[in-house]
Ligand binder design. Structure first.
Ligand SMILES: [Cu+2]
Length: 534
């Protein structure tokens, strides 16, 4: 996942049927938060730099609510650039104005200005996260969102003794704006992360690192902890584990799943997983670690980040704590084995609603194309510019935000409502793609419209254009059912036979397998706009 992902977009603009909507009545609570965006000095790997933070923290503050609550978050920008904040995985029914992506649902909050988001929690329960949504600002300006069950309800699993967030992120010694601007200017891949972090700390294995640069998770022998794991790393899928401890995954993307007992997870960028972990080993130090799953020729930093699980009590800690038995960096089988186990809880209390009759179906080829740079040499392969595309369209960010353009019916010059439901060229997507590797994508801002209430199916087809790799896809405003994945080219007659329409996982982010496909389904029940990106 090292390749540059120019943001890509697919829009769903639902027709607004406001009369038909019923307001939910809930005994919801209101919360107020103040976020101050500002440059803050941090030192990691013996490098000191100023970086954009919220309230001076890395990771930023946690938002804690109960299901159905509303949070008002006043964001004041004391930084140097315009920034927005996105509430990743919060569906915000009928409230797209507070979703956050820059130039999609709002203009950036300029330095010296502020904006209050009204974040409406509805069906989500578990863990999500928030992040800045302008250029690469999300690398440092991000934090957890914890959504507890409503008052009077409990978890559909044993009540944990304590809850902790475990946020995985990337550390860059360089200035992030500089990295982003260089990459955008030259069309080359952005520089790689210098380290990964757990709760802001890189652990013990990098340069200038030791026990004091590692996050310590204090545990008492015999107790069970709920760890809310968030992958906020920049475009890197991660294997994660705890040495000599199994754990049980109970939720993903703020929806409960059938418990999976395992000694590792594979978590895609943007995903969250809640795991129950019991401190049931000899009191000592144990490493918790995360390192990339990178089954690709694209470069990445593959070093592990570590934290220390530290039992209470008196004992002599080992000189080198045991390290978890994580799958190899390129172990696609291990990644698939974990991901394929995920099932929705799907019981009477947490039912599923999987569309079975499809109204709108979209087949979407994902490629990392190249744009030729006439008369000049760009920094990508063969002097070209890298440009990711969906159905051969590379997204171009409009100057007016799309939601405003739609609302005022002034789409001209902002977007065109013609995102194709099929790729323009059918080729052997996962085979020898021949000339397609340099096929110039069309640059545009294209929207697809979906009727309110329609059952939508999207088949994502990975391609070998550029480097074949696993592509994380994320949809704003919805969780969707991941009904199937497979390898090779999607086959309309055979592939759908393997669909799980009984208890597929309900998620907001998936990894489309390398050399493979993934199918999602959802009801278009959130009028406004939805942004899809990878
Ligand atoms: Cu999101």
């Amino acid at each position: 996942m090292g390749l540059k992902k120019m943001d890509l977009i697919l829009w769903f603009i639902g027709f607004l049927f406001l009369n038909g909507l019923v307001e939910l009545s809930t005994a919801a609570n209101i919360h107020h938060y103040s976020f101050i965006l500002k440059e803050t000095s941090f030192t990691r790997l013996c490098t000191t730099k100023n970086m954009l933070t919220v309230n001076g923290m890395f990771p930023g503050p946690t938002i804690t609510v109960r299901k159905g609550d509303t949070a008002f978050i006043n964001v004041h920008n004391d930084g140097k650039y315009g920034v927005t904040i996105h509430w990743h995985g919060v569906k915000q029914p009928r409230n797209p104005w507070s979703d956050g992506p820059e130039n999609i649902t709002q203009c950036p909050i300029q330095p010296g200005k502020n904006f209050t988001y009204e974040v409406n929690f509805s069906s989500e329960e578990g863990t999500l996260w928030w992040h800045a949504h302008s250029d690469w600002s999300r690398a440092t300006a991000h934090g957890p969102i914890v959504i507890l069950p409503p008052v009077g309800n409990s978890y559909p699993f044993q009540t944990p003794y304590q809850e902790k967030t475990v946020l995985l992120a990337s550390w860059f010694n360089e200035d992030l704006k500089q990295i982003y601007d260089n990459s955008t200017a030259t069309g080359a891949e952005p520089d790689l992360a210098d380290a990964y972090t757990i709760n802001g700390w890189q652990g013990v294995s990098y340069s200038c690192s030791n026990e004091t640069t590692a996050y310590h998770l204090q545990v008492d022998n015999g107790n069970t902890y709920l760890l809310r794991v968030i992958n906020a790393a920049m475009n890197i899928e991660m294997f994660f584990g705890i040495a000599q401890h199994n754990f049980t995954v109970v939720a993903q993307d703020a929806a409960y799943i059938k418990p999976i007992t395992t000694n590792y997870i594979m978590i895609s960028p943007g995903q969250t997983m809640d795991i129950l972990f019991t401190a049931n080993q000899k009191p000592s130090y144990y490493f918790m670690a995360a390192r990339p799953f990178a089954d690709t020729t694209a470069p990445s930093n593959n070093n592990a980040t570590t934290a220390i699980v530290q039992y209470s009590g008196s004992y002599t800690p080992p000189l080198t704590p045991p390290f978890p038995d994580l799958p190899g960096i390129t172990d696609k089988q291990a990644a698939d084995n974990f991901t394929n186990q995920t099932r929705s809880l799907a019981n009477s209390e947490y039912p599923v609603n999987v569309p079975t009759k499809i109204d709108k179906s979209i087949f979407m080829a994902i490629a990392v194309n190249q744009i030729v740079c006439p008369g000049q040499s760009c920094g990508g392969p063969d002097g070209n510019r890298l440009a990711a595309s969906l159905n051969n369209i590379t997204f171009s960010t409009p100057t007016l935000d799309i939601l405003t353009a739609y609302y005022w019916n002034i789409s001209n010059g902002t977007y065109t409502p013609d995102f194709p439901s099929r790729p323009p060229h059918i080729y052997n997507f996962t085979g020898d793609v021949g000339n397609s590797t340099i096929y110039n994508p069309v640059v545009g801002t294209n929207v697809t419209k979906v009727k309110y209430g329609d059952a939508v199916e999207i088949v994502f087809q990975g391609t070998n254009v550029g480097s074949a790799e696993n592509h994380p896809m994320h949809l704003h405003g919805f969780s969707f059912y991941l009904v199937g994945t497979g390898s090779g080219n999607f086959n309309a007659t055979n592939s759908s036979q393997s669909y799980n329409l009984v208890d597929p996982p309900l998620v907001n982010t998936i990894g489309v397998p390398k050399d493979g496909w993934a199918t999602i389904r959802f009801f278009a029940n959130n009028p406004g706009e939805v942004y899809m990106s990878y």
